[in-house]
Each structure stands twice: as structure tokens, then as C-alpha cells.
Design a protein. Structure first.
Length: 101
């Protein structure tokens, strides 16, 4: 089961809105896509906070694809980046385990 991190998605809204070149009319939709995108990327890569720049960029790109109706193309387009991020999370978790012992 994926551990869910309590995040204030609103603080990332303006940056994402600008990235999508969207209007305030779509706020609820964009926030919903942001939450969903974060959970989707976590389910593939592991748990991370949106303050992680690589993770946030992947979530923003996922939202961009979903917002424009191309969600099904995201994983094939970002396979390399997702694998690298998954490895980063895995090795960071391993480093944390070593420090705890």
C-alpha cells in the first residue's frame, strides 16, 4: 500500500496553472489532476513529497498530458525519467535504512 503524504496541493496550484497556460476557471479540475497525478507517480516510483523537484516535474508533466487528453501516452514518453526517479527513491530509502542502524 502506498503511504499518502498530507500535502497542501494549493501551494503548487499557481505554478501548475502557469505551466498549463490555464485560467482560474479550471482550478478544481487542475487540483484534482494534481492530486491524482501525485498518487499515480507515487504508485509507480515510491513515496515522495512534491517539494522534490524531479517528482514535482514528473507530476506536472503527467497533469499536462491528462489535462490535454493524452494520459495514455505519458508513461511511454517518460519511461526513462520514471525509471531514474524510481531508482533515486529506492537508493535514498536504502541510505535512510543504513543511517538508522
Amino acid at each position: 500500500m502506498v503511504e499518502i503524504i498530507d500535502i497542501e496541493y494549493d501551494k503548487h496550484y499557481d505554478a501548475l496553472k502557469n505551466y498549463l497556460k490555464s485560467t482560474d476557471d479550471d482550478k478544481d479540475n487542475i487540483l484534482n489532476l494534481l492530486k491524482r497525478g501525485h498518487h499515480v507517480i507515487m504508485s509507480h516510483c515510491g513515496v515522495f513529497d512534491l517539494e522534490n523537484e524531479v517528482g514535482r516535474d514528473l507530476v506536472f508533466d503527467y497533469v499536462r498530458f491528462a489535462y490535454n487528453g493524452y494520459r495514455e501516452h505519458f508513461f511511454s514518453s517518460f519511461e526513462y525519467e520514471l525509471n531514474g526517479f524510481r531508482w533515486q527513491i529506492y537508493t535514498d530509502a536504502g541510505d535512510a535504512d543504513v543511517e538508522e542502524t
